[in-house]
Ligand binder design. Sequence first.
Ligand code: 13P
Length: 249
Amino acid sequence: MRKPIMAGNWKMFKTPVETTAFFEKFLPLVAEAQHAEVAICAPFIDLPAAVAATQGSKVGIGGQNLHWAKDGAFTGEISGPMLRAIGCQYVIVGHSERRQFFGETDETVLKRTIAALDAGLTPIVCVGELLAERESGRTNDVLKTQFDGGIAGLTPEQFARIVIAYEPVWAIGTGKVATPEIAADAHRALRGYCEAHYGRDAAQAMRILYGGSVKPDNIKGLMAQPEIDGGLVGGASLEPNSFAGIVNF
Ligand code: 13P
């Protein structure tokens, strides 16, 4: 059985003070949640406040990106060991916004994923197609290319420690959630690539999250698909009641 993960991606929202206020309201709302891992991936400057606020709770904290070097002359960057040192357990890698606006490629996704694993973090590796790619029937080709370039270079041991997030770009921040069937189709395709490359057991154990306009009122339908192992939630993770509604679907 794969344990679901409900992860929030706060993107570039919230100050440290707002972070503390969020967890004050949020933690009591999810105190009974045993069925899923719960995580918040916050902006770098909010991580100390998030780690402090969640100490002793089951909520894990993550970054939203990392550099592949352990340290070095890379102005403005943050490394895996730094995230680990501050108490992070997770890190998002290859989010579509990083691919779209910050030059992320499948090659750098693989480097960051390996760096995250080396630092003892759980990378949440994002893949997903653009609207034009879906409309021209190329969804599975795109996912396969992203898998081959960004994931398939991992050893079986490394692969066993990652989480994959399927985030169709057309569903991110648009309110246009993928139907549970569309999401499940993509998850099945991805699990197929996992199986072809790493074998059946490894593929069955892989957790694949869905992301893109997940809300309290659509999470139940998504989670009813056996292929969907949790959510990577943007906008709806910013408000305690809303994200708790998703966690406690
Ligand atoms: P929304 O939930 O705001 O659509 O964002 C999804 C996302 O990008 C999570 O990483």
